[in-house]
Design a protein around this ligand. Structure first.
Ligand code: SF4
Length: 394
């Protein structure tokens, strides 16, 4: 457990370590050594940092600590080997991370927030509400813990697709990727990371300026603006007409193509109208389409499968808007005379295999690449949209 009076070095950048060493009256190269001890050698005991003299080790011991989040529970899906971990943060908040076996290695699905501000109606995390952003150290901590837990097979890729919207925690996400990819540290290429976003134009344009080479996954979920607004509360403030060019600019600098994550919900997004609109949209940017069947988060009576405290709009604000310009209401586009009602949990059902096949067959010849992601970790509620970070669920 972290001690408030001491500075936690885990998550600190090299520049900040240089400032710390300057305060201690040390030369900048000591900061590089400290960075290597923490991130490359994973030595967290100052007395074992043998390149430092005793007075410096004593100063570090007195004013600093190196504390990672802690895994408090593990579940394993017996069908596919997916492992879900409940991770406790220094303030007692809980998040989840998932290790997914992929071709003999692991992919880490990392969380970026406790809860999520966006509040997509089909997502368990979204229904939790938002508590806070994760620090750089808490995200790096997930990576270090996951590498240990994965053992010899290692972690091949990291997707920021767990709890939270990474672009609403932009600075910490950028610092985390920069720190992890430093050759003095963990030395994982930024290209191994994929930032998965619901699509926030302003933040995406800001991210593009950093020229990170990480991959981009856009949780599109619906290819028609009005339908998207009913599913994704932030879609009205971030229309497809602005979002698609912003994605195109990001991936142009990253030298990659964007993955369009598309959740197939029976009767809502698995229709032929959607298939046609999706095929049209894929002509507007280099992309591949990843179809995902909706993973239930409610039972047949509309009761959440996990204990979820639903976010309530503030009184007197029918369409609350965050400081990020995100519309949280989840209400449909009102438009001129628009009377579409919001979806409720009971509207969401998994698509049939016939609907999936029909959808895929339409897309295959018309889109550059289409994959259908078989849900992994369903038995332990570790699949897309099911993470809640609550220990009550077993
Ligand atoms: S789908 Fe993503 S953005 Fe939407 S509520 Fe869930 S975690 Fe947040």
């Amino acid at each position: 457990m972290s001690t408030p009076s001491r500075t936690n070095l885990f998550g600190m950048s090299l520049a900040k370590m240089e400032m710390l060493m300057a305060e201690f009256g040390e030369k900048p190269f000591r900061a590089k050594q400290l960075f290597q001890w923490v991130y490359q050698k994973e030595i967290y005991d100052f007395t074992r940092m043998s390149s430092f003299n005793k007075p410096l080790r004593d100063k570090l011991q007195a004013g600093c600590e190196i504390v990672l989040p802690e895994v408090v529970k593990e579940q394993r899906d017996p069908d596919d080997g997916t492992r879900k971990f409940l991770v406790k943060l220094h303030d007692g908040n809980l998040i989840e991370m998932v290790l997914i076996p992929v071709h003999g290695r692991s992919a880490l699905c990392m969380s970026s927030q406790v809860g999520c501000t966006i509040g997509c109606k089909f997502c368990a995390t979204g229904l939790l509400g938002f508590k806070r952003n994760l620090t750089t150290g808490e995200m790096l901590g997930q990576l270090v813990l996951a590498r240990r837990l994965a053992g010899e097979i290692g972690v091949a890729n990291i997707v920021l697709m767990g709890m939270g919207e990474p672009l609403l925690n932009l600075q910490n996400v950028i610092h985390m990727i920069e720190t992890a990819s430093s050759e003095l540290g963990i030395s994982i290429s930024a290209r191994k990371f994929t930032i998965s976003t619901v699509g926030l134009v302003k933040q995406l344009r800001e991210l593009t300026k950093y020229k990170l080479k990480s991959g981009m996954a856009l949780s599109l979920h619906a290819p028609i603006q009005q339908l998207r607004e009913r599913l994704v509360p932030s879609a009205k403030a971030n229309p497809l007409a602005e979002l698609i060019p912003a994605c195109r600019d990001y991936i142009a600098q990253a030298g990659d193509r964007v993955t369009l994550e598309y959740i197939m919900i029976a009767g809502i997004t698995d229709t032929m109208e959607c298939a046609k609109a999706l095929a049209d949209l894929t002509r507007k940017l280099p992309c591949k389409v990843n179809l995902i069947a909706y993973n239930p988060i409610f039972d047949d009576q509309g009761t959440p499968l996990a204990p979820i405290k639903e976010t309530k709009p503030r009184a007197g604000h029918s369409r609350p808007v965050s400081k990020h310009g995100v519309d949280f209401s989840g209400n449909p586009a009102s438009g001129k005379g628009g009377k579409l009602k919001p979806f409720t949990p009971l509207d969401f059902k998994a698509p049939t295999m016939e609907a999936i096949d029909r959808f895929r067959e339409y897309l295959y010849p018309r889109c550059p690449a289409v994959t259908f992601r078989k849900a992994k970790g369903l038995k332990i509620a570790a699949a897309c949209g099911q993470l809640v970070g609550q220990s009550e669920r077993s």
